[in-house]
Design a protein around this ligand. Structure first.
Ligand code: AMP
Length: 284
């Protein structure tokens, strides 16, 4: 596996593969790899000739008071894990090369960024789309793989790619979970052992909603939401940021439930903010 830090060298590497007619895929990450990241890499490997994984804790997608300064880092372990997954290039740019002095451009997608995490994390998605646009231009991938755990990020990137006529296939990979159902996340490492037990409340709420929906498909979204909220409030120390039932494509609140309705949740457990989502119908 090649480890590349310079954006210029990364582009030169990709240009060579593209000139040979090879398919290049990109898996953008912020590192501190867990099985969720590794499954994205494995999937990319099956669909392309060369896999590039970017590892960049993107400062501009963190708001003031968020966890940028304490975001977990373990570069040696990440290198070892990516190498084991037969990743072809690990791209680890420096913030000063991604955003040199005088950097003055932002990519902003309207609409789909204005609800859910976009509302609670102002500016977050501008940071995400700006860095992903840069990564697409540097790596020039044919396809890019993102996790469905970050469902809104995926929707925003799909919209950016569509609106800007970008010739990159965007793949949404299913959520990878711990044995008890907690969605894997680098941020799970912040949880104390009692918070870790409480964190099961997200997946339990999804299962609870699925059972209720299976019993009565005609239940009003507002009353199902009330039930889910009282269910999750039964767990100690959970602060709800949002719980909504949305259309999985538009992310708009639904007036009636169907199999494609997505339950989306963001909660705080202690200082740790966790998100999760699941369709009312199946195990996605
Ligand atoms: P991050 O390093 O947290 O920015 O995540 C990098 C990529 O991995 C994003 O596309 C995430 O959606 C994806 N990802 C993170 N956790 C999971 C998970 N548990 N299952 C599937 N994809 C994930």
């Amino acid at each position: 596996m090649e480890v590349i830090c310079s954006p210029v060298e990364m582009t030169a590497w990709s240009n060579k593969k593209i000139a040979q007619g090879k398919i290049v895929s990109l898996v953008p990450t912020m590192g501190y790899f867990h099985e969720g990241h590794l499954r994205l890499m494995r999937y990319a490997k099956t669909k392309s000739d060369f896999v590039v994984v970017s590892l960049f804790v993107n400062p501009i997608q963190f708001g003031p008071g968020e966890d940028l300064s304490r975001y977990p880092v373990d570069l040696d372990r990440d290198r070892m894990l990516a190498d084991k997954e037969m990743v072809d290039a690990l791209f680890i740019p420096d913030a000063k090369d991604m955003y040199p002095e005088g950097f003055n451009t932002q990519i902003q997608v309207s609409g789909v960024t204005e609800t859910l995490c976009g509302r609670s994390r102002p500016g977050h998605f501008i940071g995400v789309t700006t860095v992903v646009a840069k990564l697409f231009n540097i790596v020039k991938p044919n396809m890019a793989v993102f996790g469905r755990k970050d469902f809104q990020q995926l929707a925003v990137i799909r919209k950016m790619v569509q609106d800007l006529d970008w010739d990159v296939s965007i793949i949404g990979h299913p959520i990878v979970r711990e044995e008890d159902g907690l969605a894997m996340s680098s941020r799970n490492s912040y949880l104390t052992s009692s918070e870790r037990k409480t964190a099961i409340c997200l997946f339990s709420s999804i299962q609870y909603a699925r059972n209720k929906f299976a019993q009565n498909k005609h239940v009003a979204p507002s009353s199902l939401l009330d039930e889910i909220k009282s269910f999750i409030q039964g767990f100690n120390g959970v602060n709800i940021e949002y719980i909504q039932l949305v259309n999985q494509e538009t992310l708009e609140n639904v007036n009636a439930l169907d199999d494609n309705t997505l339950l989306v949740l963001a909660v705080k457990i202690g200082k740790t903010r966790l998100i999760d989502n699941g369709l009312l119908y199946d195990g996605v």
